[in-house]
Write a protein that binds this ligand. Structure first.
Ligand code: GDP
Ligand code: IMO
Ligand code: MG
Length: 413
């Protein structure tokens, strides 16, 4: 199979960027299909730290072609900033992807200040840009090919939304950058279709995570796209049969940024220790991430709907400092035991986790090169996760660097 999709199975920030980077040498294409610069994917490679927001993580590998797919909302400002230092010829941008403008960002910030139900968004304008798209008044990337038409479309959009924005001045200001990217604006559905036919290897890099999915996450505390691999066929424009192998990324504990229910959340000293060791501060906004125990019930929910056939456990090294490790194996809701995630956020907030406790290993593991070398307690933890989730653990990430990745070749170990 020549395609692989990488999907976050929790609330985002599972280490998708690191895993994508570690595997990119095996792929010709790295493709983002949803979201925008709300993502923050961190990679330590070539002795450098990179944080990718709107660009696919594959951009760090000079041999890969990196695609911004149709399902994305793309900020030219973010793209311009991020592309510095990278080669634009490695990029393909869908002519059907939607543009995200500075006023979307302002609308996002305003609604966070004024609504009673604050979501804790990244304030990058993602929700308003998808609203514009689904209202059918949006402007697509292909419009960048004709600046006078673009100006006209911007005037109409600004007037429909009732915002104050000098579209002409914006286009003038972005003119040079637009000219730089126009040669790389294309029908990416066709390009990926052809690549597939030519047996090129294609990696689809998900942003966010299943619990932030617009429909299957903790609505309304979600993002405005579908981070699940099932959305790739629609978001790129491909037959569903092209998407078979899916690698689910699971942090060895749980984090969440922004508002919303978090059943296994922990506070105080224990949370602070994990936050410091794992450097759990948002890659996009710098906000401290909320910390919690691993939640196998949410993971079962995420795995059921994504059909991932392999898993990577990341940040396992961070748990080296804890005495005992808890896994949530079921919930109690109104006195009843349940294995399902309720649909209403207020019910999710009422869930009482039922935990299993395992011993910690209390030794550093960042230098381990094989599953065999891991301490016995770490192996027990991984085996327990695997049996709860029913999917083989194929990779274990034991540090932020590209090389700190253990591939399990024998599932009987
Ligand atoms: P993404 O959004 O899923 O790509 O994840 P982020 O990059 O936002 O957050 C993951 C964080 O964990 C980043 O700071 C990574 O550098 C770091 N990271 C990834 N894998 C590991 C790991 O195995 N161990 C440690 N200690 N850090 C890791
Ligand atoms: P990566 O790809 C973690 C969260 C925000 C907020 C909610 C909605 O790095 O995993 P939005 O700006 O999308 O409207 O915010 O979703 N969120 C993320 N949390 N990682 C991300 O991306 C996120 N992208 C959005 O914090 O709760
Ligand atoms: Mg992130």
């Amino acid at each position: 199979m020549n395609t692989l999709s990488i999907v976050g199975l929790q609330f985002g920030d599972e280490g998708k960027g690191k895993i994508t980077d570690s595997l990119s040498h095996q792929f010709d294409y790295v493709v983002r299909y949803q979201g925008g610069h709300n993502a923050g994917h961190t990679v330590y490679a070539n002795g450098q730290k990179y944080v990718l927001h709107v660009l696919p993580t594959g951009i760090v590998h000079p041999h890969t072609i990196n695609v911004l797919g149709t399902g994305m909302v793309i900020s030219l400002d973010a793209l311009q900033k991020e592309l510095q230092g990278f080669n634009v010829s490695q990029l393909r941008i869908s002519d059907r992807a939607h543009l995200l403008f500075p006023f979307h960002q302002q609308l996002d910030a305003q609604s966070e200040q004024t609504t009673t139900q604050k979501i804790g968004t990244t304030q990058k304008g993602i929700g308003p840009a998808y609203q514009t798209k689904t209202s059918r008044i949006g402007i697509r990337v292909g419009s960048l090919k004709d600046l006078s038409r673009l100006k006209l479309e911007l005037k109409q959009l600004v007037s429909s939304l009732g915002v104050t924005f000098d579209g002409d001045a914006y286009v003038e200001q972005m003119k040079e950058f637009i000219a730089k990217i126009v040669p790389f604006i294309t029908d990416t559905s066709y390009e990926i279709y052809q690549a597939y036919q030519q047996k090129k290897r294609i990696l689809f890099e998900g942003a966010q995570g299943v619990m932030l999915d617009l429909d299957h996450g903790t609505y309304p505390y979600v993002t405005s796209s579908h981070p699940t691999p099932s959305s790739i066929p629609v978001d790129i424009g491909l037959p569903p049969s092209y998407i078979q192998e899916a690698l689910g990324i699971v942090k060895a504990y749980t984090t969440r940024v922004g508002e919303g229910p978090f059943p296994t959340e922990i506070f105080g000293e224990e949370a602070e220790k994990i936050r410091k060791t794992g450097n759990e501060y948002g890659s996009t906004t710098g906000r401290p991430r909320r910390i919690g125990h691993l939640d196998a019930v949410m993971l079962q929910h995420a795995i059921r709907m994504t059909g991932v056939n392999q898993i990577a456990i990341t940040l396992l090294d961070v748990l080296s400092m804890v005495d005992t490790i808890k896994i949530c194996v079921a919930y109690e809701l109104n006195g009843q035991r349940t294995q399902l995630v309720p649909s209403h956020a207020s019910d999710v907030a009422k869930l009482k986790p039922i935990y299993e406790t395992l011993p910690g290993w209390k030794v550093p593991i960042q230098d381990c090169k094989s599953f065999m070398e891991l301490p016995k307690e770490a192996k027990t933890y991984l085996h327990r996760i695997q049996s709860l989730l029913g999917v083989p653990i194929r990779f274990i990430s034991n540090g932020p660097k590209r090389e700190q990745l253990i591939e399990r070749t024998h599932h009987h170990d």
